[in-house]
Design a protein around this ligand. Structure first.
Ligand code: XMP
Length: 517
């Protein structure tokens, strides 16, 4: 396995993804992870991430002892600068930031051999840095440079220490995956044993060992994450698992029926269907602040679980479909190693009074891995490859105050949009639903004037949002065909009384987020 030490770059988790894509297990830890813990982790290789700081700031130092472990190390951007600085090289402040595409000319080297595309000794990379290494530490060779970056790649092949100034983890670096795989598989010689069947066996054994004969409660939302967690835990402990499906009144169209069909009827999972919509609506009444809404919905979920758990004498565990990006995004808020943009209700924030321990079997997995796991566990592809749906549901898609009336309108509009996306295919025969990563309708609580038949209307607006992304950290708005947008708009306005205007959101992330709240 590979250890990634995080110095706070916004793209650190992409490093973990690239490593996983080589079927090697990797974990991300803070840069100041104690050396004893690092030794206990026993990594085959260590990758040092980038970060926003300067090596001359004494607060952002890893333990220099990692450089003497005899473990291959790849420093990326700040990670490279830290390595150079710590080993006696020179790091100079950049007069200006270098940001974006660059071409690196390389010399023969251990790190870069076998990773070239068409042109040997040439890499197309993405740079984002201010400081740069200007003097090599002893024993290092310069093996790559750009016109503005004299030492873009350095290596000490005998000690297996490598540094790159650019970011191989982002897709804009064309040979980036190949470079990371070269480091992980060839140089660090990590075993590519991170596969789904292996993972299921290990996860099942671990869950059985963890919970013993206790009962487990799981909040099933119908989303991909909690569904896959339910299927995995059910595989491990069968009837010891009870799922609580909370209908907060903010679910997608016919979601409750779908979930009960699939889990209770098809898979034989114990599912309790709780209609808590009245309570959620009361708690949300008059609340307009997005973070406040998220917190209320999160707290109410916990409350409902607690009530259900209280009815079950042996329940000791609360299972959640927390996945790795949630863990990292929330950890960032605590350690300041990356900025937290939104509070995801399914991580942290559980009250002390909750007498349940957390069981989070998907904590190590990225979204695409969760989906592969779901299919491997026998969930229907169509369900597993559904677009993600946030825990707070329509609560973050109704801007401002949440009302039942708004939720009902939005649910129907959203369903029409999704139906048309599923039924419309592109030139290659792929549905627009599959062509987009996430698509949904957003309810705007403003009224605008329209005309229908001979009458004037004064009704609400729905915005359509569809994005294409591979990691949900950045996203492009989807270039849906006008004919499709037109059909969706017509259907919504004709079929959903109360909506007389439909708009399309053409904002990328960043600067917008995917959800509107
Ligand atoms: P944003 O809006 O931050 O969304 O660009 C990124 C992805 O995260 C989902 N999301 C959530 N998922 N609980 C969840 O389980 C939440 O509170 C939450 N907020 C956003 C969002 O749907 C998108 O896929």
């Amino acid at each position: 396995k590979i250890l990634i030490l995080d110095f706070g770059s916004q793209v650190t988790q992409l490093i973990a993804r690239r490593v996983r894509e080589a079927h090697v297990y990797s974990e991300l830890h803070p840069y100041d992870m104690p050396i004893a813990d690092i030794k206990a982790f026993a990594p085959k290789g260590i990758i040092l991430s980038g970060g926003p700081n300067s090596v001359y700031d004494s607060d952002y130092q890893a333990d220099p002892a990692i450089l003497d472990l005899g473990v291959p190390i790849l420093g990326i951007c700040y990670g490279m600068q830290w390595m150079a600085h710590t080993l006696g090289g020179t790091v100079s402040p950049g007069d200006q930031r270098e940001f974006g595409y660059a071409r690196v000319e390389t010399e023969d080297s251990t790190l870069t051999q076998e990773i070239y595309d068409d042109a040997p000794n040439q890499l197309d990379v993405w740079m984002s840095h201010g400081d740069k290494v200007t003097g090599l530490p002893e024993g290092f060779r310069r093996v790559g440079h750009t016109p503005s970056c004299p030492i873009a790649i350095m290596e000490h092949a005998d000690k297996h220490l490598y540094g790159v100034q650019f970011h191989p983890e982002v897709t804009h670096t064309k040979q980036g995956s190949a470079l990371i795989h070269r480091f992980v598989l060839d140089i660090a010689a990590a075993k590519p044993s991170w596969t789904m069947p292996n993972y299921i066996d290990e996860a099942v054994a671990k869950i059985r060992q963890q919970v013993g004969s206790d009962e487990v409660i799981l909040g099933l939302s119908g989303g991909v994450d909690s569904s896959v967690a339910a299927a995995l835990i059910h595989r491990a402990i069968g009837n010891q698992l009870t799922c609580v499906f909370v209908d907060h009144g903010l679910l997608r169209y016919k979601e409750a029926e779908m979930v009960m069909d699939m889990f209770a009827r098809n898979l034989g999972v114990n599912v309790i269907h709780v209609d808590a919509s009245g309570e959620f609506m009361r708690k949300l009444a008059g609340v307009t602040d997005p973070e406040q809404k998220r917190k209320i919905i999160g707290a109410e979920f916990v409350e409902v679980f607690q009530q259900e758990a209280g009815k079950r004498q042996n329940a000791r565990w609360l299972a959640q479909g927390t996945i790795y990006p949630d863990v990292i995004e929330s950890a960032g808020a605590k350690t300041n190693k990356a900025h937290a943009i939104k509070s995801h209700h399914n991580v942290g924030g559980l009250p002390e009074t909750l007498n349940l321990s957390l069981l989070e079997p998907l904590r190590d997995l990225f979204k695409d891995e969760v989906r592969q796991l779901g299919v491997a566990l026998g969930l229907p592809r169509e369900m597993v490859y559904r677009h993600p749906f946030p825990g707070p549901g329509l609560g973050v898609r109704i801007l401002g105050e949440v009302k039942r009336e708004y939720a009902d309108l939005l649910r129907r509009a959203d369903h029409i949009f999704i139906e048309e996306l599923r039924n419309t295919v592109d030139a290659e025969g792929v549905s627009w639903y599959d062509n987009t990563s996430q698509a949904f309708a957003v309810f705007l609580p403003v009224k605008s004037v329209g005309v229908m038949g001979d009458g004037r209307t004064y009704e609400y607006v729905v915005a359509l949002r569809a994005v294409v992304t591979s990691d949900f950290m950045t996203a492009h708005w989807a270039e849906l065909p006008y004919s499709l947008l037109g059909r969706v708009s017509n259907r919504i306005i004709n079929e959903v009384r109360g909506i007389n205007r439909v708009v399309y959101d053409v904002s990328g992330k960043p600067p917008a987020t995917i959800e509107w709240e």
